[in-house]
Design a protein around this ligand. Structure first.
Ligand code: UDP
Length: 319
């Protein structure tokens, strides 16, 4: 298939493109590098991967046949979308609108990247796809949550009105190589703090929970969903729930770090608990995660060590 991937140079985008190319697809990647990096796609450029630097909040046109569109483009870390609130709203709304228009013209199947954030600070636990969520629309996180909710609504409208083949993936916390080490998210913060011997910053009491999925599991789920006949929203994530404090302990142990934990204020509207119900993915895709937290963290820590070593070498060569 010829597959168009927006956000191709991002953490999930670059890992997904690699997987799609390995499975024999032709991939065109689009990215504006707002929160991503050209380095993530360096090893992909070649016969089966074409890259276009472009901002999909502008009108999008791609010549020729397009069999599938995967719309991943968006700032996704709370720190990033708080820094780019208007662009986050635009890429989730205008960007989704432009790509749905392209899908309509090309009759491409369409996979929209949505998020567990559409459940907000959830009142139903674990979160099932039938839960409508508890989002503060005017809070600081609303720029991401509402953009994704709008994107879902628009994708479903294109399905109803134009008969498009629509899949919506609600992605839960994901980690692994090719994240930005300074993206402000909990796994990258804790790993880089532990490796540098800096204090581990626990926001709030650290008793809030998340459920972390290793990126290869997520990418397998996304690929299966894209190639399936399933229509509508589906959670993809790892239901292995833990507190932020437990995550910190695990990372300290795996890095042999002597860093101390310190408490910092809890960000506004930070969800108290989050865990995906993945019954739908199990039933329709025969998918569930296979990488344990320990294995995933070990791989991520060894990748992060390399990144930090390279950064130190560059800094030394500049002195
Ligand atoms: N968090 C933390 N310390 C950090 C970064 C994040 O305690 O240095 C907490 C954050 O408050 C949240 C959880 O870790 O409760 C996950 O945060 P992240 O930004 O990774 O993603 P979120 O799930 O909130 O989108």
């Amino acid at each position: 298939m010829h597959i168009l991937v927006t956000g191709a140079a991002g953490f999930i985008g670059s890992n997904l493109c690699k997987n799609l190319i390995q499975e024999g697809h032709q991939v065109t990647g689009i990215d504006n590098f707002l929160t991503s990096s050209p380095q993530n796609i360096e090893d992909l450029l070649g016969e089966n991967f074409t890259f276009i630097k472009y901002d999909v909040t502008q009108f999008v046109h791609v010549p020729g046949r397009v069999d599938a569109i995967v719309h991943l483009a968006s700032p996704a870390s709370p720190v990033d979308y708080l820094m780019h609130p208007i662009h986050t709203l635009k890429v989730g709304s205008l960007g989704t609108f432009h790509l749905l228009g392209l899908a309509k013209e090309k009759r491409s199947r369409f996979l929209l990247a949505s998020t567990s954030e559409i459940y907000g600070d959830p009142l139903v636990h674990p979160q099932t796809e039938s839960y409508w969520g508890n989002v503060n629309p005017i809070g600081v996180r609303g720029v991401y949550d509402e953009a994704k909710r709008f994107g879902e609504a628009m994708a479903m409208a294109y399905k109803r009105v134009h008969g498009l083949d629509i899949k919506i993936v609600r992605i839960f916390n994901t980690y692994g190589p090719k994240m930005r080490l300074n993206d402000g998210r909990v796994v990258t913060n804790f790993i880089s703090q532990a490796l540098k011997g800096e204090d581990i910053t626990i926001y709030g009491t650290g008793k809030q929970t998340r459920s972390f999925c290793y990126v290869s599991d997520l990418v397998n789920g996304l690929t299966k969903l894209l190639l399936s006949d399933f229509q509508g929203p589906m959670n993809i994530g790892n239901p292995n729930e833990m507190t932020v404090l437990e995550l910190a302990e695990q990372i300290l142990k795996l890095t042999n770090s002597r860093s101390q934990t310190i408490l910092r204020p809890l960000p506004e509207d930070d969800p108290k608990e989050r865990k995906p119900d993945i019954s739908l993915a199990k039933k329709y895709l025969n998918w569930e995660p296979t990488v344990s937290l320990q294995e995933g963290l070990e791989k991520t820590i060894s990748w992060a060590k390399n990144v930090l070593e390279k950064q130190t070498e560059i800094q030394k060569s500049l002195v």
